[in-house]
Design a protein. Structure first.
Length: 276
């Protein structure tokens, strides 16, 4: 119930932002405060013996994933589809672990809701997500990932699975922030330089670009599912391969002519690139 309450609050802030845009600083500031309250109410990871480190990791995860999903909402159907794939993998993890039925139901409800939304949001979209939707999805998925009870005691193994199922939004946000900083731009400023835009710059249609990113998200999530189901030690081999492949893809996409110009909020109104 704590998760549901804070998710509703995130939705409310996102809805306010859709009608009266907040500055990036104000939006992230609220997220940090909200994540802090969630953490200090007892909801946090147990990866480490040092409690302060658990608190810090949980707050970074909640704020980071929430914003990664928010920033991924830059093309019709992209954030919704990636969120659906992530929710399905979370359903799989909760289904395998006894005592996680409540979280399984939450993940199933989330996946079902996203699927119904995608019918109208897949390109060409007739309805759009907005900050209310992307913040809601990002925080819910991040919180559910923390709620998952891992079946291993090794910290590397425990952290690798959620990282893999969120790999695409994590890499896209990291890639965009890094390249913008190299150009002397603010990472929070909107632009058409996300992974999806770079795929289109190589000649793909928006629908093709979205489907390719779906496949990549499913592939990295499947690697996480294999590691969880078969042997966590596989992560020592599979994760470096996945990360190296993603790095090579990012380097290749970095050669595209996708626009790096800054975009003001009023310029990227629906349907595309309204969040950076």
């Amino acid at each position: 119930m704590g998760i549901v309450g804070w998710v509703c609050l995130y939705f409310g802030v996102g809805l306010y932002d859709d009608f009266k845009p907040l500055t990036p600083t104000a939006k992230v500031g609220f997220q940090i405060i909200a994540a802090g309250i969630v953490v200090f109410s007892g909801y946090r990871t147990g990866f480490f013996d040092i409690e302060l480190l658990n608190i810090l990791i949980t707050m970074i995860w909640l704020v980071g994933i929430t914003n990664a999903i928010n920033l991924l909402d830059n093309m019709d159907g992209l954030a919704g589809g990636i969120s659906f794939i992530t929710a399905v993998f979370l359903c799989f993890f909760f289904w395998r672990i006894p005592g996680q039925e409540a979280f399984l139901l939450l993940a199933l409800a989330l996946a079902g809701g996203i699927l119904g939304f995608l019918v109208f949001n897949f390109p060409p979209a007739s309805i759009f997500m907005g900050d209310s939707g992307s913040l809601f999805l990002g925080f819910t998925l991040a919180a559910l990932a923390i709620a998952r009870k891992p079946q291993a005691s090794n910290v590397f193994a425990v952290m690798s699975v959620p990282t893999l199922i969120f790999l695409l939004p994590i890499l896209d946000t990291t890639f965009v922030a890094f390249t913008r900083l190299l150009r002397g731009q603010s990472p929070t400023q909107g632009g058409r330089d996300h992974t999806s835009h770079r795929l289109v710059a190589f000649g793909l249609s928006e629908r093709q670009a979205v489907l390719i990113l779906y496949a990549l998200a499913f592939g990295s999530g499947a690697v996480g599912a294999v590691i969880e189901s078969i042997d966590y030690t596989l992560g020592l081999v599979l994760i470096p391969v996945v990360v190296l492949s993603a790095a090579l893809l990012a380097a290749y996409l970095g050669t595209s002519k996708s626009s790096g110009r800054q975009v003001k909020r009023e310029e990227y109104a629906y349907p595309h690139d309204h969040y950076g």
